[in-house]
Design a protein around this ligand. Structure first.
Ligand SMILES: [Zn+2]
Length: 129
């Protein structure tokens, strides 16, 4: 399996592409990634894109930690799955699907994780700015 990033971003042709650019900073993914960055910064103001990709934020309790792991995995996987197809991530669609999946998570034994995610995220969906 070839996990090497291309030298140039396939979405914007930025020549110095790296994992932070690909998942957070590219102008075509930023709207999608900012939902995650804003959520994590609300629990750890010192978090950065570089620390988030390594799950390196500082949280005060395990419920918040679990919620941030869920959100990071969910949103970065969504962004990456668009990228793999050379499609610009659809931030509104990602948020709508996340809201729907959090409703499903609420009916599982991870209800508290879903509630914490929703609390940290605030309102989701295409009507939000
Ligand atoms: Zn780019």
């Amino acid at each position: 399996m070839n996990n090497k990033l291309p030298d140039k971003c396939k979405l914007c042709a930025e020549s110095k592409s790296d994992i932070t650019h690909e998942l957070f900073l590219c102008k075509h993914v930023k709207k999608s990634a900012d939902v995650l960055v804003d959520a994590i910064k609300s629990v750890d103001p010192d978090a950065t894109e570089s620390s988030i990709v390594k799950l390196g934020w500082n949280t005060s309790d395990s419920l918040t930690d679990q919620s941030m792991v869920f959100l990071t995995g969910y949103i970065l996987d969504q962004i990456w799955s668009y990228r793999k197809r050379n499609i610009r991530p659809d931030a509104d669609r990602i948020q709508s699907e996340l809201a729907a999946d959090l409703l499903i998570l609420r009916s599982s034994k991870f209800r508290n994780v879903a509630v914490q995610c929703e609390t940290v995220l605030g309102p989701l969906g295409p009507t939000q700015t």
